[in-house]
Design a protein around this ligand. Structure first.
Ligand SMILES: O=C(O)CCC(=O)C(=O)O
Ligand SMILES: [Fe+2]
Length: 234
């Protein structure tokens, strides 16, 4: 359990998130996670002061990504035929957390996994692959497909709150890989449920659960595909 992040409810700092027992085989990665938004929820104890530019850069990156996120919510709502104000309300204050993933190389890369198959518990996640080592894969029709990150491009992964895609990260035999993922979720008080504007008179495929409850269920188990959201299926 020494590799587990601070677990006083917030899972911030260095270490792995989904550690439940001493026996568990850990993913081949180091993580650093902090809550970045709303700003009032930041716990600066977890924000490194070295290098001296770190905090300022995190703050600026976080702010710029909220602008990207706002645009994306606007277009997603419009495409779904939902008034953008509905999404603005669900995602107000732009709850956001940033996770750095560091995947050391492993000579026997085929025997380890960087991050186990999972879907993100966010609305969507914006991923930046920091160096040009590839490793992200998504599951489509039962097959794992490698995602080639373009230099300086952001990858948007839809999360469980919208329509998530299962993904994992693989390890390189020689080179370390670093990714930075910004999770954008709704406020904890939001109820996860099919949007009435989208379902209309149609059949409901999912039940409802508060986002807070959902996140609790997600962090109380090992990473395992889309199992938490699957439980909400009717
Ligand atoms: O490093 C990657 O490409 C994936 C990371 C990821 O899926 C996550 O942090 O949730
Ligand atoms: Fe992920």
């Amino acid at each position: 359990m020494v590799y587990k992040q601070d677990n006083n409810g917030t899972l911030q700092g260095y270490g792995q998130t989904f550690v439940l027992s001493e026996e568990q085989k850990l993913d081949w990665s180091d993580m650093f996670y902090v809550t970045t938004r709303p700003v009032a929820l930041r716990n600066m104890k977890f924000w490194p002061t070295s290098p001296s530019t770190f905090r300022d850069n995190m703050d600026r990156y976080s702010l710029e990504l909220t602008k990207v996120a706002s645009c994306l919510w606007h277009y997603i709502a419009t495409n779904l035929g939902v008034a953008p104000e509905v999404f603005e309300q669900l995602f107000k204050d732009h709850p956001q957390g940033l996770r750095f993933n560091y995947y050391p190389p492993c000579p026997e890369a085929d025997k380890v996994i960087g991050i186990s198959p999972h879907s993100d518990g966010s609305g969507f996640s914006i991923l930046l692959q920091i160096n040009d080592v590839q490793g992200l894969q998504i599951r489509k029709d039962g097959e794992w497909i490698a995602v080639s990150a373009l230099p300086n491009a952001l990858i948007v992964n839809l999360g469980d709150v919208t329509e998530s895609i299962e993904h994992r990260a693989m390890i390189n035999t020689q080179h370390p890989r670093i990714s930075l993922v910004a999770f954008h979720g709704p406020d904890n008080s939001v109820m996860l449920r099919p949007l009435p504007e989208v379902v209309g008179e149609g059949k409901l495929n999912y039940g409802s659960m508060s986002y807070q409850e959902f996140i609790k269920a997600l962090f109380n188990k090992k990473l395992e595909g889309k199992s938490v959201i699957e439980k909400l299926k009717l």
